[in-house]
Design a protein around this ligand. Structure first.
Ligand code: IMP
Ligand code: MG
Length: 177
């Protein structure tokens, strides 16, 4: 497959992302005030969003990561979700917040959510920078959403195509045509 940045059309600029993530952080600061949550980042795609969001949350929190993989390659989900790296902290009796880059079919979060609920957190919520509701195959409650988008394959700001483009500072639509 030939990859080129000329196939990427900006969807959300650095400035738009900065403003929106700050708003989400302020909302979460209010909602979790006094709760000392465990904030769980789903690697790899979440890294820029996670860094910006947690720094916009004026709260005491524990930070931990989980690495899951749901794509064999290309732009379509295989439907298979693998836990590659589990949490290094207990969430039992804690308020847990999952941070994700994008919810597409919902299969990843459906599986992660079930796994984490079995560990008996006091609460479990989800925040995702992006949401593609038209692609959903299983229902999953996403409590906080940065932007809801149409059915486009997007890259940048952590999101990749076969491992590429994660370092772009904006989110763009990848047009393979
Ligand atoms: P789901 O399990 O189908 O909801 O997919 C979730 C994961 O698929 C995300 O965490 C991303 O890693 C990946 N993904 C879904 N849509 C896109 C996209 O448009 N661009 C890049 N990665 C995506
Ligand atoms: Mg991801």
């Amino acid at each position: 497959m030939v990859m080129s940045r000329s196939r990427i059309y900006p969807l959300f600029t650095e400035e738009q992302l900065r403003v929106r993530i700050k708003e989400l952080g302020e909302q979460l600061t209010k909602d979790y005030a006094g709760h000392n949550p465990v904030v769980i980042g789903l690697l790899n795609g979440v890294f820029p969003f996670f860094a910006d969001l947690t720094r916009a949350m004026d709260l005491d929190m524990d930070i931990t990561f989980m690495r899951v993989s749901s794509y064999g390659g290309g732009t379509d989900s295989t439907g298979e979700v693998k836990i590659i790296h589990d949490l290094d902290k207990s969430i039992r009796g804690r308020h847990a917040l999952i941070v994700e880059d994008i919810v597409d079919t919902g299969l990843t979060l459906h599986k992660v959510r079930k796994l984490l609920l079995d560990r008996e957190p006091l609460s479990l919520k989800i925040v995702s920078l992006l949401d593609k509701p038209s692609r959903r195959r299983v229902e999953v409650p996403v409590d906080y959403i940065g932007y809801s988008i149409e059915d486009h394959f997007v890259v940048g700001f952590g999101l990749d195509l076969d491992g590429k483009y994660r370092n772009l500072p904006y989110v763009g639509i990848y047009n393979p045509a």
